[in-house]
Design a protein. Structure first.
Length: 118
């Protein structure tokens, strides 16, 4: 091989190495910026998901508390009805009208001892 050819070959190899190095640095910079942007987006989505779940839990907790209050009201009505009272204010709160013909006698619960044989 001629000396000229070897020098040209080494120079070409050096130029290609320089191009590759600069291209790799640009590619790695673009790749790392994409990776960092993707990580930011992921963290943002995670934060939004956590906020949504927290709001959902809060809403359900409030619903459960409201249901417990309604159950307590109904239990109070049942207790008062069992005692023979007419809880008009609670019936009004529950939007039950007084136009219903409520029995005036106290309702006696069924028991096995009250059975009579024929």
């Amino acid at each position: 091989m001629s000396l000229f050819f070897i020098s040209q070959l080494s120079r070409f190899s050096f130029e290609c190495d320089m191009k590759r190095t600069s291209e790799e640095s640009v590619t790695s910079t673009v790749g790392s910026s994409r990776s960092s942007e993707s990580a930011k987006d992921c963290r943002k989505r995670k934060t939004l998901r956590i906020q949504y779940l927290a709001e959902s839990v809060r809403s359900r907790e409030l619903t459960v508390l409201k249901m417990k209050q309604d159950i307590d009201k109904l239990l109070d009505v049942c207790r008062r009805l069992d005692q023979g009272e007419m809880p008009h204010e609670l019936l009004r709160d529950l939007r039950i009208t007084n136009s219903i013909a409520w029995p005036t006698e106290r309702v006696v619960s069924y028991s096995h001892n009250n059975t009579s044989s024929t």
